[in-house]
Design a protein. Structure first.
Length: 261
């Protein structure tokens, strides 16, 4: 006994042609490959961010060590030195400081970046901390740092190039990033370390005193696991959609074949 072919359904869609099927397959392949690539990129970002958080946490809580001198400058990289807790001594060059615009939990204002000349003659730029906009006068002149020999502890930071949307303008003394080389050139400094130091909060400093150190961001959000799961789930959804389309096309063709021409 032969099965009767399924009845004709006038609302049944037409079969997709070879061109339409090829375009659907190409679209699915592109989407699947893109989502997998994005998920895999997030896997690498997750590993990088996890390592960064562990490295920063270890370094910022360590006892301060001597800041690298000229003999060590060539080997300094973000991987081996950034956020290292360092100590350095010298005297401030009060007329060689700049303001770098920033926004913090304390409001908008400036990082006060000041040159510190060490005993060996080399210079390190030190971010003495945050100060609100009104702390410096309208000409941009800020109160001078204390005179005499000082010892500073803080976190070693790698020079920051100009931002993508806001560029430093040394000619107008407008700064958005702590670009060591550009600052050194603008202030006529030589023998300058390729890094700067974010100063620690001074012990016993009142909350209203400026500049306020110890405000380096050392807590980094880590959402890469959520991102990679999202991209991989989207890739699986594309596979599921491709399977549904293929199954639907196969069933429709089978019904047409059973029904005959």
């Amino acid at each position: 006994m032969h099965d009767n072919p399924p009845p004709f359904d006038e609302n049944e869609r037409h079969l997709r042609g070879p061109l339409a099927l090829s375009l659907l397959a190409l679209l699915g392949l592109v989407l699947f490959a893109s989502f997998v690539a994005l998920g895999t990129w997030q896997v690498h970002r997750l590993a990088w961010k996890t390592a960064l958080i562990a490295r920063v946490d270890q370094r910022v809580h360590a006892a301060p060590v001597a800041a690298p001198g000229p003999a060590d400058w060539a080997g300094i990289t973000a991987a081996n030195a950034e956020y290292r807790h360092v100590r350095l001594s010298g005297s401030w060059l009060g007329n060689r400081q700049i303001r770098v615009w920033t926004a913090t939990d304390a409001g908008s204002g400036y990082w006060i970046l000041t040159a510190l000349r060490r005993d060996d003659g080399s210079i390190v730029l030190v971010n003495r901390g945050f100060a609100p906009e009104g702390w410096c006068d309208l000409k941009g002149d800020c109160p001078a740092p204390p005179g005499g020999e000082v010892t500073v502890t803080g976190l070693l930071r790698i020079s920051e190039p100009s931002g993508l949307f806001r560029h430093n303008d040394p000619a107008s003394d407008t700064w958005y990033t702590r670009d060591v080389a550009a600052v050194a050139q603008a202030r006529g400094l030589q023998d300058v370390a390729p890094y700067f130091v974010d100063a620690d909060a001074a012990a016993g400093t009142a909350a209203a005193e400026w500049p306020r150190g110890g405000m380096t961001v050392i807590h980094f959000p880590n959402h890469h696991l959520n991102y990679l799961i999202t991209w991989y789930v989207l890739a699986l959804m594309v596979l599921g959609a491709a399977g549904y389309v293929a199954r639907d096309e196969w069933r429709l063709r089978k019904r047409r074949n059973l029904r005959g021409p």
